[in-house]
Design a protein around this ligand. Structure first.
Ligand SMILES: Cc1cc2nc3c(=O)[nH]c(=O)nc-3n(C[C@H](O)[C@H](O)[C@H](O)COP(=O)(O)O)c2cc1C
Length: 348
């Protein structure tokens, strides 16, 4: 199946949805350039999603993707929250923060009927998920308006599960990928596989199209993914310096520095493993802590430190999401970057 048949786009490039660092502007630019622009909705309320979808559908008639998380929200544990705040206490003291005053931070809500109500009128042609799939009734609703459903697999087992439960295509997310790992059948990080080992194994294991994600930073990487059987490449990190993103100044500075060569999987910023450039808090606490509240509750306490540190120009407590190959990050328009990424493919 061609990418044109599956998603209705010209080029085999999907701009990865990146919650917290981009909105409709980047999605519009990539869709207009012939790739698939994505709107990350995990941190948006239904009203915000409606406003962003209005912006997209006003600006382009090309296909676009909306992306959601589908985790199960955890029970709040006061004890676990207290243990975590205790671990952060030296930093709260340094920044003169009273832990009792920390307000609830930006959460991440899973896909729900309330969100489906908000997006249904826009009939987004493509809907992608991280952390599995929503319940069968929600999936049926989305498919009811003709949307194609994509979801992330980090193992062969997850890919087979997604195929069996109704995904139209699999995003094979290798260990190199920036941001949250989409793992959902196991939380054992030793199950996680690099992109070019994972991709051909998933291609062999399923009968639906496979999209490669993780560490793909340039035209040669895109061509390599296609030659290993991918129908398209989903690219996140390379877009982070484009002017259409909302990437913060500290994040931009880190991506442009040599420190982008050192990333780690860390659960300190949300409670789930995600790949970030190693910064002070990761170095000092260690990338994985057993003390964090469950995803996404860990976000709240560290956000208080992040805000104070960023106000001083420091990324010491920021989630500096980044894949293992940041060499593709360029301060050029998303349209130009998309054109560069497909250059090798177009030559063939
Ligand atoms: C800053 C950032 C934020 C991300 N947020 C999301 C998200 O909201 N939803 C999602 O499905 N994937 C998210 N991801 C993961 C991407 O979908 C994709 O797997 C990854 O960017 C591919 O690897 P690369 O960054 O090396 O290109 C994020 C990645 C980054 C870098």
């Amino acid at each position: 199946m061609s990418i044109k048949t599956l998603l209705g786009i010209e080029h085999p490039i999907i701009q990865a949805p990146m919650a917290g660092v981009q909105g409709s502007e980047l999605a519009i630019a990539v869709s207009q350039a012939g790739g698939l622009g994505s709107l990350p909705c995990a941190m948006l309320t239904p009203d915000m999603i409606r406003a962003e979808l209005t912006a997209i559908t006003t600006a382009t008639s090309k296909p676009f993707n909306v992306n959601f998380f589908c985790h199960t929200p955890p029970e709040v544990s006061a004890e676990r929250e207290a243990t975590w705040r205790n671990a952060l206490q030296p930093y709260f003291a340094e920044y003169d923060i009273n832990a009792d005053d920390i307000p609830a931070g930006a959460g991440r809500a899973p896909f729900s009927h309330a969100i489906a109500d908000a997006i249904e009128a826009f009939r987004p042609p493509i809907v992608s998920f991280h952390f599995g799939l929503p319940s069968p009734d929600l999936l049926a609703r989305i498919k009811g308006w003709g949307a194609k459903v994509l979801s992330t697999a980090t193992t062969v087992e997850e890919a087979k599960w997604l195929e069996a439960h109704g995904a139209d295509a699999i995003i094979a997310q290798g260990l190199e990928a920036g941001g949250h790992r989409g793992l959902f059948l196991s939380d054992d990080l030793t199950t996680q596989v690099g992109t070019f080992s994972l991709l051909p194994q998933i291609v062999q294991a399923v009968n639906i199209p496979v999209i490669a994600a993780g560490g793909i930073a340039d035209a040669k990487g895109v061509a390599a993914a296609l030659s290993l059987g991918a129908i398209a490449a989903q690219i996140g990190t390379a877009y982070l310096l484009c002017p259409e993103t909302k990437t913060s100044l500290v994040h931009r500075a880190a991506l442009k520095s040599a420190s982008a060569q050192h990333t780690a999987l860390t659960n300190l910023f949300s409670g789930r493993p995600a790949r970030s450039i190693v910064n002070r808090v990761i170095r000092e606490i260690g990338p994985i802590s057993n003390n964090t509240p469950e995803f996404p509750l860990a976000t709240t306490a560290i956000t208080a430190l992040r805000s104070k540190a960023e106000a001083n120009g420091s990324g010491d407590f920021s989630p500096l999401w980044c894949g293992q190959n940041a060499t593709g990050c360029k301060e050029i328009s998303a349209a130009d970057l998309t054109a560069e990424l497909v250059a090798e493919v177009l030559k063939r």
